[in-house]
Design a protein around this ligand. Structure first.
Ligand code: 0WD
Length: 256
């Protein structure tokens, strides 16, 4: 079934209109879904509400949820349960590392910088999966966003590459745990897209340029292209898949 009519999805990590999470929100909305947005702190409330207002539907919901705070995560999903009851999936589009750690040599990463990126970018998936699973009583689909830098070395991606390797493994172990509840967990490995987070990665322009010159499709991917694959993963079309990493990267990952 292609339609997401009558279904509700939580989208975590819309910062602005360039966010990959916003591309996902639009794809799910176009398929008929109701959306629940969470944002890291009150700074993002207004931009997220303004974006959601541009959708032709007025039943979206909004919650503040800093994923470094276990109580905040618990409280968020308790509130969502009270307000909507059942959810059918969740898009985890959250990552963070100190800017200083996204330049130069990985080996210089501080202990604090390392743990911070693991906390926000990898552990948070396990935490939100745990607190949201009881809301997915009709089965569900959890989608996270990863990057090639977790599978192999990408210049400057450094501590975030290690966090993505951790996220990929977190996704698989979580998929193994939640499968028996009818909940699937998969990752989209997106090609580079110019967003707020991408600004922090050193020499991001040359990463994008290499895609234009060498990727099989010879162009960077868009938020819409990632959004459409997230829609596929949220829909019944992907019901036989869990624990999988789908590359939406113009084919770049197949190159040696
Ligand atoms: O090239 C890219 N942009 C790629 C991004 C390629 C492949 C993967 N990704 C991943 C990112 O690593 C991330 O996991 O996609 C995900 C979404 O990233 P994005 O759309 O590129 O970036 P952005 O629009 O900045 O959204 C990330 C958001 C944060 O925005 P800020 O302005 O804080 O960087 O992650 C959220 C926040 O909204 N976030 C948090 N949310 C809850 N609690 C927290 C937190 N503690 N920290 C960051």
């Amino acid at each position: 079934n292609f339609s997401l009519e009558g279904k509700t999805y939580v989208v975590m990590g819309v910062a602005n209109r360039r966010s990959i999470a916003w591309g996902i929100a639009q794809a799910l909305h176009n398929a008929g879904a109701r959306l629940v947005f969470t944002y890291a702190n009150e700074r993002f409330e207004k931009p997220v509400r303004e974006l959601a207002d541009s959708l032709d539907r007025d039943d979206s919901l909004f919650y503040e949820c800093d994923v470094t705070d276990d109580e905040a995560i618990k409280q968020t999903f308790t509130s969502i349960k009270e307000d909507v009851g059942v959810i059918h999936g969740l898009a985890h589009c959250i990552a963070f590392a100190n800017r200083d750690d996204l330049n130069g040599e990985f080996v210089d990463t501080s202990r604090d910088g390392f743990l911070l990126s693991q906390n926000i970018s990898a552990y948070s998936l396990a935490a939100v999966a745990r607190e949201s699973k009881d809301l997915m009583t009709e089965g569900g689909s959890i989608v996270t966003l990863t990057y090639l830098g977790g599978e192999r070395v990408v210049q400057n991606y450094n501590v975030m590459g290690v966090a993505k390797a951790s996220l990929d493994a977190t996704m698989k172990y979580t998929a193994n745990d939640l499968g028996k509840h009818g909940i699937r967990v998969n990752a989209i490995s997106a090609g580079p897209i110019r967003t707020l987070s991408a600004k922090g990665v050193g020499d991001f322009n040359s990463i994008l340029q290499e895609i234009e010159e060498r990727a099989p499709l010879r162009k960077p991917v868009t938020q819409e292209e990632v959004g459409d694959v997230a829609y596929f993963l949220m829909s019944d079309l992907s019901r036989g898949m869990t624990g999988e990493i789908l590359h939406v990267d113009s084919g770049f990952n197949i190159l040696g």
